[in-house]
Design a protein around this ligand. Structure first.
Ligand code: ZN
Ligand code: ZN
Length: 249
């Protein structure tokens, strides 16, 4: 166990921690919340699923049913009236700056959760911990950050972690992914691929490919594209920890 505040001894340590922790968070969002729970393209063994759920609880306080419902509604209405977060309807600037608020507005409505949130985990862990005290995970994380980085750097690292998903996913992805970038598929909505090498956001940068075939666990569509989320799925599959239900050929 590291000593109190020992990870703040050099400037690069908290920076490295943020990048690694942030990448793990992005991967849990794309693999568990998005490709598995929302679109059912892949299922994971409990050995990887439970750690992913706990990490999301610690680093984001996202409730699976809420995220799934909001995202399924986004697909159902993409860039039309009823889409919870369309830059076409709300304006790119609004989505990029206030993306998380649009998300909260959608998941506050019980009828949306009822209609679009079906089939998400409902076990003991979900009912009594992850959903009931969804705010507790990020409080535990604050304690861990203070222990690792001390009373000054710790809360800064924590604040950056808390802004991570609202910024990258609710802001950049939901905004830029429907406004700027290239298209492989002429789908009805305005979805765009932000980058062909999709490492930073776990493969989610290939957002137009995803809208063209949402059920596919694989977001890559052209030979020059790289979807790191798909690479992780293949790796888990190798060890028998993931079952692919459907992937585009
Ligand atoms: Zn979209
Ligand atoms: Zn989707």
């Amino acid at each position: 166990m590291p000593d109190f505040a020992s990870w703040a001894s050099a400037w690069w340590k908290p920076v490295l921690f943020l990048i690694v922790a942030g990448h793990v968070t992005n991967v849990c969002v794309t693999l568990f919340l998005h490709r598995s729970q929302t679109h059912r393209g892949v299922t994971f063994s409990k050995v990887v699923e439970i750690p992913m759920r706990i990490w999301l609880w610690l680093s984001t306080s996202i409730v699976t049913k809420e995220w799934v419902a909001c995202h399924r509604k986004h697909h159902a209405f993409a860039d039309r009236e009823g889409d919870p977060h369309s830059p076409l309807i709300e304006g790119l600037r609004n989505i990029m700056v206030k993306g998380a608020l649009y998300y909260r507005k959608a998941v506050r409505q019980p009828e949306i959760l009822e209609k679009y949130g079906k089939g998400t985990p409902n076990d003991w862990l979900e009912r009594y911990v992850l959903e009931r005290v969804n705010w507790l995970g990020i409080v535990v994380m604050l304690g861990v950050d203070i222990y690792l980085f001390g009373f000054f750097v710790g809360p800064l690292v924590w604040a950056a972690q808390m802004l991570w998903i609202p910024f990258w996913a609710a802001g950049i992805l939901n905004g830029v992914g429907h406004a700027l970038g290239y298209r492989n598929f002429d789908v009805k909505d305005e979805s765009r691929n932000i980058s062909p090498i999709a490492i930073w956001l776990g493969g989610e940068e290939l957002h137009n490919n995803h809208h063209a075939d949402p059920h596919s666990a694989k977001f890559k569509a052209k030979w020059y594209e790289f979807d790191i989320g798909w690479a992780y799925i293949r790796l888990f599959q190798l060890f028998g920890l993931a079952k692919v239900k459907y992937a585009r050929s």
